[in-house]
Design a protein around this ligand. Structure first.
Ligand code: NAD
Length: 286
């Protein structure tokens, strides 16, 4: 049987989540995705109308199939956590069962188990503010959406993950070195995500023989990154200063994700793996 993957954080064909889905599909996995509720309509309409067909082409010429798209908002663990104004919000009221717990229950009903969990989402409402100007709300929301969301997804998916399974999340070098412009507590959120990768590798390894790794990816002009406002600058900086002076393609990250969740990486867990053209090793401009 092929492996089944759930990829949280796909809402278009520009981000790392889409690229990871493609690499996993090319390796024979069945693809389920979790799409942020407010982005669900546009994504599903685009899929239906063939807007992404060109980007669905796999190396063997076939098209990636997404077996099912689940609405998801990973900042809510269960229905009791959803505030009234969100429940009644027009962008949310059209969908149902989109809290983490409910999504996992639905996946269990639909398919029984999964093998691979991918977390490719982040959100920080004050990302464009320096940390010194970030509110408590902005900081805690960044950590809730970008770090605890992974803890929650793993906690709820673990009971239906087949032993030998694996998880991947996406992190950014701003966790360990100062990147001006990556504010709002997002650098703190990535530091938490990396630390949690180590702790959860131990806990999920012990509990369910599940591996937990994170990819520290170089800059990509995704929708989320464009919203931060400085991505072109970071891409230019990387092109000029990384060990490999070439463009970083999303599929290079997708391919490493496919490796890390495969049996080829059966002894790698708790690791931060850099896929950034070697930018992280540089200590001065070239
Ligand atoms: P993206 O826009 O493709 O992905 C982010 C996704 O998160 C979007 O689909 C968005 O709808 C979803 N999302 C936001 N809040 C959510 C919530 N509460 N519940 C569910 N989904 C939610 O952008 P991306 O840059 O590919 O981001 C994917 C991951 O890669 C993120 O963790 C990001 O921090 C990380 N990353 C990105 C870069 C970069 O330069 N783009 C670099 C390193 C790491």
């Amino acid at each position: 049987r092929g492996k089944r993957a759930f990829i949280a954080g796909v809402a278009d064909d520009n981000g790392y989540g889409w690229a990871i889905a493609k690499s996993l599909a090319a390796a024979g996995a069945e693809i389920l995705v979790g799409t942020w509720v407010p982005a669900l309509n546009i994504f599903e309409t685009g899929l239906r109308r063939g807007k992404f067909d060109e980007s669905r082409v796999l190396p063997n010429g076939s098209l990636m199939e997404i077996t099912k798209v689940y609405p998801l908002d990973a900042v809510y663990d269960g229905p009791e956590d959803v505030p009234e104004d969100v429940k009644t919000n027009k962008r949310y009221s059209g969908a149902s069962n989109w809290t983490v717990k409910e999504v996992v229950e639905t996946v269990k009903k639909d398919f029984g188990t999964i093998d691979i969990l991918v977390h490719s989402l982040a959100n920080g409402p004050e990302v464009s503010k320096p940390l010194l100007e970030t509110s408590r709300y902005g900081y805690l929301t960044a950590v809730s959406a970008s770090s605890y969301s992974f803890v929650s997804l793993l906690k709820h998916f673990l009971p239906i993950m087949n032993p030998g399974g694996a998880t991947i999340s996406l992190t950014y070098i701003a966790s360990e070195r100062t990147i001006p412009g990556y504010g709002g507590g997002m650098s703190s959120a990535k530091a938490a995500l990396e630390s949690d990768t180590r702790v959860l590798a131990y806990e999920a390894g012990k509990k369910g023989q599940i591996r937990v790794n994170t990819i520290s990816a170089g800059p990509l002009g995704s929708r989320a990154a464009k919203a931060i406002g400085f991505i072109e600058k970071m891409i230019d900086y990387s092109f000029a200063n990384a060990a490999l002076q070439k463009e970083l393609r999303a599929d290079e990250v997708g391919n490493v994700a496919a490796f890390l969740v495969s049996p080829l990486a059966s002894a790698i867990t708790g690791s931060v793996v850099y896929v950034d053209n070697g930018l992280n090793i540089m200590g001065a401009a070239g």
